[in-house]
Design a protein around this ligand. Structure first.
Ligand SMILES: [Fe+2]
Length: 245
């Protein structure tokens, strides 16, 4: 079974997936169960004792943890992990049962076809220090967007789910923060407009995202449910129930 949740920020918001805290059913899961975090995973951040302690803990849990990247990841460290093909798409292998679902890849996870595209702008980028607690790689490049289009071309623009950190431009949350592109190099793009193109063109059933630290449901322009995740940890069956909220 697959479980989906929002930002964990390493230990800061991890109680929702802690089997000894708010996720007791986690004790019964196996490596054939998947928990997917919608970005701001945060367990690859300081590269030191803190990350090691929390990655050791996460690796000790019985399920397979997957995450897309958000805007609070250390991309210098993340990009050093070995890349491999996993369930149909490219991942960074973080630990034996922890994988980073890379941008523009499609994965077949428990018979569900998921298109993944991490990344989002930090609204407080001007107060952060580049390559210390902020990375311009949080936004996608044209190359990554082209790669995503190519991947979708190969499956005829039909998937089951879209998993992102950011929302598409026409989503009601898209105007919550403004993005100052002066903080980024010329090869980086705010991904909302790109995601809007995807939303209009792609045949999918449900879109899940993180970033906004809220749990809500929004009906997309193409009349499909877009579920914002933060504290909820939900299964596909639960998604069916909350789609109409
Ligand atoms: Fe976050």
């Amino acid at each position: 079974m697959i479980y989906f949740t929002g930002d964990t920020h390493r230990e800061q918001d991890v109680a929702k997936i802690n089997p000894d805290d708010k996720f007791p059913k986690g004790k019964e899961l196996t490596s054939d169960d998947y928990l997917i975090v919608m970005g701001d995973f945060g367990f690859v951040y300081d590269g030191g004792k803190g990350d090691k302690f929390w990655l050791d803990w996460l690796e000790s849990l019985p399920w397979t943890t997957c995450f897309i990247d958000g805007n609070h990841e250390n991309f210098d460290l993340l990009n050093q992990y070995p890349q491999e093909q996993w369930h149909g798409g490219q991942i960074h292998r973080i630990r034996s049962n922890i994988v980073h679902l890379m941008r523009g890849e499609i994965f077949d996870i428990d018979h569900v076809r998921c298109f993944c595209f991490g990344g989002a702008p930090s609204h407080d980028a001007q107060y952060r220090v580049s390559n210390v607690n902020w990375w311009q790689e949080e936004l996608p490049t044209m190359e990554q967007m082209k790669h995503a289009m190519h991947t979708l071309d190969k499956v005829g623009w039909k998937v089951d789910m879209v998993l992102t950190h950011e929302v598409f431009e026409s989503h009601e949350l898209a105007t919550k923060y403004t993005t100052n592109m002066d903080n980024y190099g010329p090869e980086y793009f705010d991904c909302k407009l790109f995601l809007d193109e995807i939303e209009k063109k792609l045949d999918y059933k449900v879109w899940l995202h993180g970033h906004y630290h809220t749990d809500q449901v929004y009906q997309s322009p193409s009349n499909k449910p877009c579920i914002s995740l933060f504290n909820r940890v939900i299964t596909l069956e639960e998604i069916e129930k909350i789609k109409g909220e």
